[in-house]
Ligand binder design. Structure first.
Ligand code: MG
Length: 306
């Protein structure tokens, strides 16, 4: 079920980027009509994509044969998703201000909603480490108004958190960024990439990608490498099997090397929020972009749970 096939537009800034592209592919528009699509995750063993339409309080399911259907309504204003090592769906919920897990029988377990007795702001994006720990960002976008959650005063600064499902502990690993948003580990998990998307109307915030060193699998450095992204915000990103970062960036999807070199761009007709890899060979990039979902086949495999 494809709405439209568009000729893809690329910008090649490093020759290596050419090898990541395929000729004769189209940028496919898969679904449209959303208010703000975000939080895509590929459910490979069932062959479908899940994503959030946050303002409409829904999570949708899409696949090639059946097209679009509602997966959760209401969704507690869910935003980012990932899967844990057992394949269970992990969700960041603005509405409940919590990190949740959908068990195999469909019931929802709250994993974390408070830190040191204070309510989380609005968990935004999440990733699962190979040791099973769940790392997520907690900016305040979901409580800034009633549009993507329920308006409230923040009780905590923006933070990056680590939840350990073995003992149920929650640790704040970083408060360096005002509004941490997307996150992902480097392939060797020695580094954590986190994007800063900034407080609204704050001209001084350094929006872009940050790279922190990970210590002992549970702490991150205070110092960091930084890459400015001038064309928009890096809301969400995922890695390919070479460790490159495929991130939203205002004018489309940017491909950035592990050393923070911009390799190339795929222009997308709408502002992109997030991406994930999926499809049979994990070589399709699924793109949530404002009101629509797009996909494009690549000559590069993504790092992605089955
Ligand atoms: Mg986000």
């Amino acid at each position: 079920m494809i709405i439209e096939r568009l000729a893809p537009e690329y910008e090649i800034l490093d020759d290596s980027f050419r090898t990541y592209l395929l000729s004769n592919v189209k940028l496919k528009k898969l679904a449209t009509g959303f208010d703000w699509a975000e939080g895509p995750v590929w459910i490979g063993d069932s062959g479908f994509l899940l994503f959030s339409d946050i303002p409409n309080n829904k999570v949708y399911r899409w696949n090639d044969e059946l097209g679009l259907s509602t997966f959760l309504s209401p969704s507690n204003f869910a935003n980012g998703h990932y899967r844990d090592l057992q394949g269970r769906l992990i969700s960041c919920e603005h509405g409940s201000r919590s990190l949740t897990r959908m068990e195999h029988d469909g019931t929802i377990t709250t994993l974390a909603d408070r830190y040191m007795g204070k309510r989380l702001n609005s968990p935004n994006d999440v990733v699962v480490k190979l040791d099973g720990t769940i790392w997520f960002t907690d900016p305040y976008y979901g409580i800034i108004s009633n549009y993507e959650g329920y308006k409230a005063e923040p009780e905590l600064p923006g933070g990056v958190y680590r939840y350990d499902p073995m003992d149920g502990s929650l640790e704040c690993v970083s408060t360096v960024l005002d509004c941490p948003n997307g996150l992902a580990f480097s392939l060797d998990e020695d580094f954590l990439y986190v994007s800063e998307t900034g407080k609204r109307h704050d001209p001084d915030v350094q929006k872009g990608l940050y790279k922190f060193k990970v210590f002992l699998n549970q702490r991150v450095s205070k110092s960091y490498d930084y890459l400015a992204i001038d064309t928009g915000v890096s809301d969400g990103f995922r890695l390919d099997s070479d460790g490159n970062i495929w991130t939203s960036a205002g004018d489309g999807v940017h491909c950035i090397s592990p050393e923070f070199k911009l390799l190339g761009k795929i222009y997308i007709p709408e502002v992109v929020s997030n991406v994930c890899f999926g499809g049979r060979a994990k070589q399709t990039l699924y793109i949530t972009a404002t009101s629509s979902i797009y996909s494009i086949a690549l000559n590069r495999e993504g790092v992605q749970f089955p």
